[in-house]
Design a protein around this ligand. Structure first.
Ligand SMILES: Cc1ncc(COP(=O)(O)O)c(C=O)c1O
Length: 370
């Protein structure tokens, strides 16, 4: 008997993933712990213990010491803190940011006068260009994401971090699309700062993490409190942080199974796209398994709306807030034309995605684009 198509199909995990039940259960427990973790009384200390416990759980899942973790309000804030916090002590030296970063890094970089590191047609950062710039000895910091959020292409961050060390330059990597999806050994990656966000791997929205090298010189950007070892002022969201920690623990425990399912789904989506004659972006490069970006013959926003009407949630290459066709800056950086960059859509999946959802998703895509 054929499996019944699900009522709604959610294929936008790269935007935000559903909450894992274990994370929800932990959050519900912690919501009743109402003390302020910075208060000295018993209620405050109960919250402090819960927070310390979550920090240890999360650090253990990542394989780093708990002191290296700074909790923020999300990936956006973690990236802002990384760039602004380091550049504030950079003595006028330059910031280099890749041309395919998420807007929270790009816009922050722009505000700090950053120059763009070019990428090649396969979406990979130009290491030759970067090496030449680093050799000029006037660069303070480099920021290159681990995996791109539109097409999933993995950047050679180990090599980039090694080059930065060679030239004494601080290296940051936005690992929002990799942590909880593929193994990320922060020490092996070797970047001085790595940021990520809980809602991309089944934790709650509104929790970000910045993992720092202990000796790193930087300043806080959110000031007015000694929380997070003076690196991020503001009362911590104890319940959400607890959910973030438990979700990461579960993601790491189940990673092999979840990854092999994600790989299988990716193969199915790519095969379907190719059968429809749609170009898969970044297919010549190493990629994370849970994201596929395709070029369609129609405007990306029309495809997203068409899919939504058929009950399938996907997204455009990048968010559109203006009503105009938004070209993906990532595709433009890779050398695609403005027209092509306005015709991209992204499908992404994760821990709760089923075979039936993928089948319904590709069937809807076929109907909408043809
Ligand atoms: C690569 C990347 N960096 C940063 C962010 C921002 O994270 P948050 O939504 O937690 O602020 C996102 C979210 O889409 C992302 O994909």
């Amino acid at each position: 008997m054929a499996t019944k198509a699900p009522a709604r199909v959610y294929l936008d995990y790269a935007a935000s993933a559903p909450l894992r039940p274990a994370a929800r259960a932990r959050m519900m427990e912690l919501l009743d712990i109402f003390g302020n973790p910075s208060s000295l009384h018993a209620e405050g200390q109960a919250a402090r213990m819960a927070l310390d416990d979550s920090r240890r759980t999360l650090a253990g899942a990542l394989g780093v010491r708990a002191e290296r973790i700074v909790f923020t309000s999300g990936g956006t804030e973690a990236n802002n803190l990384a760039l602004r916090g380091v550049m504030a002590v950079s003595s006028g030296k330059r910031l280099l940011v890749s041309g395919i970063e998420h807007d929270c890094v790009r816009a922050t970089g722009k505000a700090l006068g950053a120059e763009e590191i070019p990428v090649d047609k396969d979406g990979l950062v130009r290491l030759d260009w970067l090496r030449d710039e680093l050799a000029k000895a006037d660069v303070a910091m480099v920021s290159v994401m681990h995996a791109n959020n539109e097409n999933g292409v993995l950047q050679p961050v180990v090599e980039i971090a090694r080059m930065c060390r060679e030239f004494g330059v601080v290296c940051h990597s936005d690992a929002v699309q990799t942590v909880g999806h593929i193994p990320v050994d922060v020490d092996k990656v070797g970047a001085d700062l790595v940021s990520f966000s809980a809602h991309k791997y089944g934790g709650p929205r509104g929790v970000g993490v910045l993992v720092l090298k202990p000796e790193l010189e930087m300043v806080a950007t959110m000031t007015g409190g000694a929380q997070e070892r003076n690196r991020r002022a503001g009362t911590e969201n104890v319940a959400a942080i607890g959910g973030a920690a438990v979700a990461l623990q579960e993601a790491m425990l189940n990673m092999e199974t979840e990854r092999s399912r994600a790989r299988q789904f990716g193969e199915q989506v790519c095969a379907a796209a190719e059968a429809l004659g749609l170009d898969v972006v970044g297919k010549a490069s190493p990629c994370v398994e849970h994201v596929v970006q395709v070029l369609t013959p129609k405007r990306g926003d029309d495809v997203v709306i068409g899919m939504d009407l058929k009950g399938v949630a996907i997204s455009q290459g990048s968010a559109c807030g203006s009503g105009k066709v938004k070209e993906s800056h990532v595709l433009r950086a890779m050398g695609y034309s403005p027209d092509e960059a306005g015709r991209a859509v992204r499908l992404s999946w994760g821990w709760a995605t089923t075979e039936a959802e993928i089948a319904a998703g590709v069937a809807a895509l076929g109907a909408v684009v043809s």
